[in-house]
Design a protein around this ligand. Structure first.
Ligand SMILES: [Fe+2]
Length: 299
């Protein structure tokens, strides 16, 4: 039986009635995401990997609170470059993990929580008033202490800025620009890190990082345009929003799924010509086989 950590990201909530960039109803998108998560088998926890609000204002965090309220499982928050640590802590005062190891309201938000067979460790990559990310010496040292507290437990490390370049040039100017090499050395000392899960890119992207898999989540609202040619201006597109489900089993292995948010055609049963074997659990088609592009052709 697997357990589930749902990752929402880049919710960019504004005050009620306001649209992000004058066009995106981020609150409506988050409300639909929350409704979809509620329809899942009960997740063990939800994490929102930064850019919780658009401007880090108290009213925006109050709006976020109301939108997340229907979730009945534990919810963990962390800041992105659009957030304000002090306002986040004030708005979610009962989220005590937000103050782990912090002396002041504006100190970095780094914490570790036990999800039952899996640790969630959050690193704060935010540089106040900047768009790019960084992990300085004090934060890396605190992160090492968090990891060293339970080095053998399967761990998901969460941070807003991805520590890898994506190939989307305009976004690569604002990823984790400082501390990535030191982070890689740190991560290499902890083979129990199963994933590094990030936001910021508003797309699903995966890359190897040290021994592990680093990945970014889609936004619950708008997505960054996929441009690997550097020929267009930075832009967002209204591709289907989504979220990630990180499932782990008793042996600590983590499998990640991406889910789209919205209403789509289906559930449509496979035709009788497709046979499922109990041994392999793989579909076997009679008569027609998919070609290398996935299109059906006569076999
Ligand atoms: Fe964002």
């Amino acid at each position: 039986m697997s357990k589930f950590l749902v990752q929402l990201s880049d919710t960019h909530i504004r005050v009620p009635g306001a649209l992000a960039y004058g066009r995106v109803d981020t609150a409506g998108f988050l409300a639909r995401a929350v409704a979809q998560v509620r329809a899942l088998p009960q997740p063990d926890a939800v994490i929102v990997t930064g850019d919780l609000t658009d401007f880090g204002r108290a009213e925006e965090y109050a709006h976020l609170r109301s939108l997340l309220a229907p979730l009945t499982c534990p919810v963990y928050l962390m800041p992105g470059n659009h957030d304000d640590r002090a306002q986040l802590r004030l708005a979610f005062a009962e989220h005590r993990y937000l103050r782990q190891g912090a002396a002041g309201d504006s100190d970095p938000i780094q914490y570790a929580v036990d999800l039952g067979g899996l640790r969630l460790v959050a690193a704060d990559s935010v540089v106040p008033r900047a768009t790019h990310g960084a992990l300085d010496e004090p934060r890396l040292a605190q992160l090492e202490r968090l990891l060293a507290a339970s080095p053998g437990t399967p761990t998901i490390l969460a941070m807003h800025h991805p520590p890898f370049r994506t190939g989307i040039d305009q976004m690569d100017e604002i990823v984790l620009l400082e501390g990535a090499e030191a982070l890689a050395e740190l991560v290499a000392r902890y083979p129990s890190i199963e994933r590094i899960i990030c936001g910021h890119l508003h797309r699903s992207i995966q890359a190897r990082f040290a021994h592990t898999i680093a990945m970014t989540a889609p936004s619950t609202a708008h997505q960054v345009q996929l441009d690997l040619t550097s020929q267009t201006e930075p832009a967002f597109v209204m591709e289907p929003p989504g979220y990630l489900i990180h499932a782990w089993s008793e042996d600590g292995r983590v499998v990640t799924h991406q889910a789209a948010i919205g209403t789509f055609a289906g559930r449509i049963r496979f035709p009788r010509t497709v046979h499922w074997t109990s041994k392999s659990a793989r579909p076997r088609s009679r008569g027609r086989e998919p070609n290398s592009c996935g299109a059906l052709s006569d076999a």
